[in-house]
Design a protein around this ligand. Sequence first.
Ligand code: FAD
Length: 373
Amino acid sequence: MKNVSYDIIIGGGGAAGRILLFFLSNYSSFSSKKILFIEEENKLADKTWCFWEKGNHPFQHLVSSKWDLLNFEAENFQTQQSIFPYSYSCIRGEEFDSFFTETFFPSWKNISYLKSSVKHSSFEDNQWRIQTNTSTFFCNEYVSNLPTEKHHSCLLQQFYGEYITFSRQTFERNAATLMDFSEGCQGKFQFFYVLPIDENSALIECTYYYDQLIQKDVFKSQLDAYISKRFGTDYKINAEEYGVIPLLEKTQIDHTYKKVPILIGQSAGMIKPSTGYAFQRMVEDAQLLARMMEGEITRRTRPRRFHIYDRLLLSIIREDAPKATYIFKKLFSKKKISDILLFLDEDTTFVQELALFLHLPWWPFLKRIKNLK
Ligand SMILES: Cc1cc2nc3c(=O)[nH]c(=O)nc-3n(C[C@H](O)[C@H](O)[C@H](O)COP(=O)(O)OP(=O)(O)OC[C@H]3O[C@@H](n4cnc5c(N)ncnc54)[C@H](O)[C@@H]3O)c2cc1C
């Protein structure tokens, strides 16, 4: 690589780096900026992103499935609701990857893609110096998606899923199951979810929030037992999905320009600690960040109280999984799913949050407030 000086370097590209480039490319100044996108490995194709949105999504063209109805189930409780004005949507990692590899990157000659590992970054003589395992690069703005020491992971969201097909009509195409706790929790915070692809096929997953890794064969036997009990045994497995998301307790977005990198993705706390959802948060954050880098706004912030709610809930999940399961059941039995999605989007007012908390047992939350640092 001849030219070692760039306007922007994105270190540890990933999904967040691509989403940021997508929004930056809407600005007329973009084509004149020299950009280097570095990532160790492209693992996008291994993921399936689900999120809820209100229509006109910037990545609408990549959405492979949508559901207007959501189910929630727990022991002795079941509800199915329309989530209007939201739809629950799904983007396959493979399609996201092909869009960027085949369409986006080739159409922007100002972006160089480098498959390499970032070893070190420092701010010296008014510019960033980025060291990879083979070269050194310099830039004015350094955007980083690499883990930092500020982050502390207390729980791992682990999931194993199977894309399955029945030869008969089995699923309600327009209804996904967001959470199904009805199999009981055996002391762990665990649920299943069901995403129908059509009447015959679905992605069905088993999820655990736990501090130690669950063996894949444990996951598989539980998932297969769930599918057999719910839908029957005459299905074919087409593909599998396995993932681990660290649920980070202490995260912060650095707002300062220059001396610290601009953090994105999981490094910027975009994985919501209590749910593991990140895609829509990364989309919203990248829109703000693009505006910030173009000088339209000076800060990108989220109200701090949501971070406190997340940490309290995460601490209940870690210390008392059956209570956490009960809290979810209580919440979904008292509030509309669309209201809960609004809260998880962090778009509620404090008064709306109080109305929501009114239905929950207060003590598990109150007794943990004093432990928050
Ligand atoms: C299997 C799976 C399924 C998920 N499903 C959902 C979902 O349904 N909905 C949702 O909202 N969220 C979901 N998430 C959470 C979240 O959306 C993803 O983790 C998302 O990919 C995070 O984006 P990111 O850019 O921060 O990280 P990644 O996309 O993981 O990118 C990190 C990048 O950093 C690179 N890298 C690491 N170290 C270095 C280094 N030293 N030098 C250079 N590059 C480096 C890696 O190669 C990678 O390209 C899921 C996560 C997983 C793991």
